[in-house]
Structure formats: C-alpha cells, structure tokens
Write a protein that binds this ligand. Structure first.
Ligand SMILES: Nc1nc2c(ncn2[C@@H]2O[C@H](COP(=O)(O)OP(=O)(O)OP(=O)(O)O)[C@@H](O)[C@H]2O)c(=O)[nH]1
Length: 443
C-alpha cells in the first residue's frame, strides 16, 4: 500500500473516533442519572416533639422499585430513560408520558420546592422558653378517645334504637325487621346487615339474652367482629433503607384529601419523621396553596407545579426531591375532579407509573366522605378499579349518623379503614380502632 493510502486511512480513523466521542457525550448529556444524590443534612423542624404513640406506622413491602423487563425497552443499561413507559417498547405509541417534565436545571421553573423561611430564633438563656417557629402538635396518643364525643353525638342514636329493640329479650319478626332497617339506615349495607342480624339471632337464642346489658355486650361483639379487627391498619409510612416511603392520597375532590394529607403530615412530624409534601392536584392553584400552608405549619417542604402542570410530573419531582433530601416520607396529594373513569384511570395510573420509576408506592390511601353514604361506596369502587388501594380514610364522621359506611367499604373493597377524620381542626384525624368505634356507636 502507498504512503498516500496509509495517510487516508489514518485521517478516516481519526474522523470516526471524533464522531464516536461526540455522539457518546451527547448521549450522556441527555441521560438522566437515577442515582440518588448524597442527601444534604435536613433540619429537624419537629420542634423536638415526639409523640407517645396512638398511630401505627409500618414499612411498605418492597424495598426498591420493580425494574421493568429489559427486553421491553430499547436502551440496555437497566435504567428507564425520560419518557420510557415501564412495559411498553420505546417506539410504541404512547399515552402522553412524554409530557413528563423532569427536574433538569432548564425545567426547574416548572416545579418549585417551596423552602420554608423560618424566622431566626433568638438565642435564649438556658432554661428560658424559646418561641416555637411552627405549630406545637398535640400528642397523638388516644386521639380516638378524645374525639369519641363527636362521633357519639351523631352515631349513638343508632346504638340506642338497636339496644331498645334487642334489650327486650325475645324479638318478634317485626322487631327483627326494625333491627334490620336501623342497620340499613346507618349505611351498613345489605350484605353486612344480613350477616349481623343472622349472627344476632343465633347468639341471642343460644345465650338467652334478656337484659339490656347482655344485649349491649352481644351487639358490641358482633359489630366488632364485622369490622375485622384482625386487619393490618398501620399506615405504611416508615422509610426504607435507601429511600423514603411514598404515600399517595386519592379521592374525589371535596372529600378532604388535602386536609387529610396535612393532618397526616402533622402526625408524622409529631412522630419525629421528616416529611415532604407533593401537590399533584394541579387543577386548582388554591389546592397547592392549601397544602403548602399545612406544610409550613408543620415544617414540611412542598413540591408544587404551575397551575395545570402535569400531575405526574409534580409527583415525580416530589419523589425525586424526597430521595435527594433524604426525608422519611413523601405524601402526595392528587386531584380527584376527573369524573369519568377513563380520565381518572389515565391520570392516576400515570401518576403511579411515573412515580414508580423512582420508588415503589407504599400506600395508596382513598379518602371518602362519610356524609355521602352510598355515593362514597360507588366512588370507592371506581378508584379501586384504577389503583390498588391499600387503606381508606373516612372523613367527616363527626357530621353524620351514617358511619356504618365503614362496614360496607371494608366488606366491598377488602381494604381496611385506617384513619378517620372527625373535624376540620388540624388534629382531628384519628387512627381507626374497631372496638372504640363500636363503643361510640353502641354508647
Ligand atoms: N367536619 C369535617 N370536615 C372536614 C373533615 N375533613 C375535611 N373537612 C372539610 O372538608 C372540606 C374539603 O376538604 P379538602 O381537604 O379541601 O378536600 P379535597 O378533597 O382536597 O378537595 P379539593 O382540594 O377541592 O380537591 C374542607 O372544608 C375541610 O375542612 C372532617 O373530618 N370533618
């Protein structure tokens, strides 16, 4: 070969090398690293308060997000890329996942972490009281007991009429029908009512119940049994070794989602946890403001997007930020104003799918308004079809005699009611305890 040919080959090889290097650099630049950043030290804003107990928290089952099968994506390094849909090949038609904005510096303006400007606390002499910058949170222990009066006011009418009927001893068919009607009016639903009445009939005969005291004891026992006290009602909010626990709060708007998310944040902060809030209800700016205010009051940052930003994007940002900040739990408030099932399906399904590119969702809490009775159950069915609900929060139990919906929701969904809302106040959230609930009911 001539010298000229060798020179030509060398030049071609150099050009090829430069093109490869440039291509690799471009590829790396476009990639999003999924390796969590080193968590910066987080300021403890709980005011040093540790709750004595009352609420039970546990750790979600899976430690890390399940990786989608490699063969179904086009890139080969085992990490999902921007816009990847877990189970869909990259070149398949997508359902809007590509709209997801990720927290790169140039899109930072899209979502904002509202850092809380805490007022400087003046140095105080030892022993002197310092002014707390944020809310003092009442101990969470025995909440249901404290709030029992509120429940009892509206519920005990049901218990009284039941005891009035059962306390008389031998019941004729008309009386049994009245018992049945009372349970139906209290929203226990046909299936649970039938089962409760059957068990009461059998046990009343077997135990020869004659007095009101005996009737109360039996009624209490049967109702508690129908509330399945054996179900795990702990809220899966404890952090994993390498990432926070992730909780999604879902439900139709107006049921109390934002309020519940705020109240739950207070309980967690009181329990010594570092909390980050995600305002994925982007349809109404006021919803994000409301959540942020809750956050400011307890000392939790809020990740929020612009009005009408993609909720999945905000949720993703919140989870990413939570991992980066090293918080214990990320609570994500979602929008529930999509009344058609398809819209809801797309929205919530996408939120969950996108989050799970970073971490498994540990708990999906469905918030239901107890005052709307049967309608709440219909909502529950729709949501249960869309996302796997792991727990129910029943709100506004302070304003209704229809608490029987608790029985139905559990019976239909097979999911435990974990928390109850008993007022609009910041601390009016309580763990659901079947025995205490029935005691309030029976009086
Ligand atoms: N009485 C009572 N009111 C409650 C309870 N929980 C929430 N509320 C009230 O219900 C109303 C709606 O609550 P939100 O938290 O804004 O409901 P949401 O589901 O987030 O609604 P959107 O923000 O419109 O999606 C507010 O006025 C709350 O104060 C409760 O347990 N008892």
């Amino acid at each position: 070969m001539t010298a000229q040919a060798w020179i030509l080959i060398a030049v071609l090889a150099a050009v090829l090398l430069i093109a490869l290097t440039a291509g690799l650099m471009l590829y790396r630049k476009r990639r999003i690293s999924l390796a969590p950043n080193k968590p910066p030290a987080l300021e403890d804003r709980s005011g040093g308060y540790k709750a004595g107990g009352g609420f039970t928290f546990s750790q979600g089952g899976t430690a890390t997000a399940p990786r989608p099968p490699l063969g179904e994506r086009t890139e080969t390094e085992g990490q999902p890329m921007v816009g990847d849909d877990a189970a869909v090949p990259r070149d398949a038609p997508r359902r809007g996942i590509s709209e997801v904005r990720l927290p790169e510096p140039d899109v930072e303006a899209e979502t904002v972490v509202e850092e809380i400007e805490l007022p400087a606390i003046p140095e105080t002499p030892a022993g002197a009281e310092s002014v707390p910058a944020i809310d003092q949170i009442a101990p969470t222990e025995g909440r249901l007991e404290k709030l029992r009066g509120r429940l009892a006011r509206s519920q005990s009418a049901v218990g009284k009429s039941l005891l009035g009927l059962l306390g008389g001893g031998d019941l004729d068919e008309d009386s049994w029908e009245e018992v049945e009607d009372t349970l139906l009016i209290a929203d226990l639903g046909t299936a649970v009512t039938t089962s409760v009445v059957e068990q009461l009939r059998v046990e009343m005969a077997a135990r020869s119940v004659r007095t009101e005291g005996q009737a109360r004891a039996l009624l209490r026992e049967v109702l508690i049994e129908h509330l399945h006290p054996e179900l795990d009602r702990s809220v899966r909010a404890l952090p994993h070794d390498d990432h926070p626990s992730i909780l999604l709060v879902v439900g139709v708007n107006g049921t109390g989602k934002t309020t519940t998310t705020g109240k739950l944040a207070r309980v967690l902060v009181a329990d010594g946890r570092r909390v980050l809030l995600g305002a994925a209800d982007t349809f109404r700016a006021a919803a994000a403001d409301q959540l942020q205010t809750w956050g400011e009051r307890v000392g939790a940052d809020t990740v929020r997007g612009k009005e009408h930003a993609d909720p999945a994007s905000v949720a993703f940002d919140a989870v990413s930020k939570g991992i980066e900040m090293g918080v214990d739990v990320v609570l994500i408030d979602t929008a529930g104003r999509l009344h058609t099932k398809t819209g809801l399906m797309d929205e919530l399904g996408k939120v969950k799918r996108v989050i799970e590119k970073r971490a498994t969702v540990d708990e999906v809490l469905l918030v239901l308004d107890a005052t709307i009775g049967q309608n709440g159950l219909m909502q529950a069915r729709v949501f249960a079809d869309v996302v796997k609900i792991s727990g129910v929060v029943l709100t506004k139990l302070d304003g209704t005699a229809k608490g029987g919906i608790v029985f139905q929701v559990q019976h239909e969904l097979g999911v435990p009611v974990k928390l109850v809302g008993l007022g609009e106040g910041a601390d009016d959230l309580a763990p659901f305890e079947p025995a205490a609930f029935v005691d309030a009911l029976v009086g």
